[in-house]
Design a binder for this molecule. Structure first.
Ligand code: IPM
Ligand code: MN
Length: 332
């Protein structure tokens, strides 16, 4: 079999450190990867003023998958890199599912958050009126299309159907967001008709935050909108071993182009080069990538080796970054 073509966007801060360890582990697991590195992110922007050119974007469409480290540096104002690079990739490549698993055996947590990834408040609807004056107005709308909501909910039902518990929870704020919440709830109820074998529940986002802390084992699959999903998945990481373990797949399930895999954590500029970065979130993201491109056996080996680090009896190192990577790579 020929090598899989992978674009590697290490990005800023600890991004390059954790992605190189993740690639080392993926290769050790037997995956044949033909990688091409792209220098994108804050460092590049400060040097050249360029965030993501149309020609690079077009090139990226040609890969089998994209591996991303972290984007963002304190010297660049908020929004420039997020909107210009990460969100642009999510929107342009139609990565409409953001899949974020949380597994923490010590607390019996085994859940996956399916976050809508192309709409909501992230769509960028809104603007200023009279900016900088005492009469300034700022609006920021939430865009929810029937098509976007339905394809996300269908993906979540499909995923739930294949699980042991076959349980799906919709998280929203239907008691206040009576327009978008209504569309989500109605679509959820209608799609449920096609999946009678899946049991469902509904939680408001604020209640879900309590349940994530108090009783996370109630959850199997969760589906929610872009912003709620962003917030809830940081909490998910915090209650299941820390954000150092939180991985994600930005997926294009229609497979009209590559999907993008990245740890949930940021670039952590304060610990760059110290060896303190936990590479496991990037490594699990690598396992998600392998699974997505059809290397499910290698993916399972990577996941199992990361899981082995969670049992103190196995004596896995807790640092530095490369030692954690070497330990995992030796067990795949
Ligand atoms: C995430 C991040 C991004 C988001 C930022 C960096 C734009 O927080 O992937 O969760 O809000 O989606
Ligand atoms: Mn986030």
């Amino acid at each position: 079999m020929s090598a899989h073509k992978i674009a590697v966007l290490g990005g800023d801060g600890i991004g390059p450190e954790v992605t190189s360890v993740a690639l080392q582990v993926m290769r050790a697991a037997g995956a044949s990867l033909d990688t091409t590195e792209y220098d994108l992110g804050g460092r590049r922007y400060l040097k050249t003023g360029e965030v993501l050119s149309d020609s690079v974007l077009e090139e990226l469409r040609g890969y089998d998958a994209i591996m991303l480290g972290a984007i963002g540096t304190p010297e660049v104002a908020p929004g420039i890199l997020e909107r210009g690079l990460l969100l642009k990739l999510r929107f342009e490549l139609d990565l409409y599912i953001n899949q974020r698993p949380f597994v923490w055996p010590a607390k019996n947590i085994d859940m996956i958050v399916i976050r809508e990834n192309t709409e909501g408040t992230y769509a960028g609807e809104g603007g200023f009126l009279r900016k900088g004056t005492p009469h300034e107005v700022a609006t920021q709308g939430s865009v929810n299309t029937r098509m976007g909501v339905e394809r996300c909910i269908r993906y979540a039902f499909d995923l739930a159907r294949g699980r042991l518990r076959q349980h799906l929870t919709l998280v929203h704020k239907t008691n206040v967001l009576t327009f978008s919440g209504d569309l989500w709830q109605r679509t959820f109820n209608e799609v449920h008709g096609d999946y009678p074998d899946v049991a469902t529940a509904y939680n408001h986002i604020d209640a879900a935050c309590i349940y994530f802390v108090d009783s996370p084992t109630r959850y199997d699959i969760i589906v929610t909108d872009n912003l709620f999903g962003d917030i809830l998945t940081d909490l998910g990481g915090a209650v299941s071993g820390g954000v150092g373990l939180a991985s994600s797949g930005n997926l294009n399930p229609a497979r009209t182009g590559p999907s993008l895999f990245e740890p949930v954590h940021g670039s952590a500029p304060d610990i760059v080069g110290t060896g303190k970065a936990d590479p496991r979130a990037a490594i699990i993201s690598g396992a998600l990538l392998l699974d997505w491109i059809g290397e499910s056996a290698a993916a399972a080996r990577v996941q199992a080796a990361v899981d082995a680090t969670l049992d103190p009896a196995n004596g896995a190192p807790t640092g530095p970054t490369t030692a954690i990577g070497d330990w995992i790579a030796a067990r795949v």
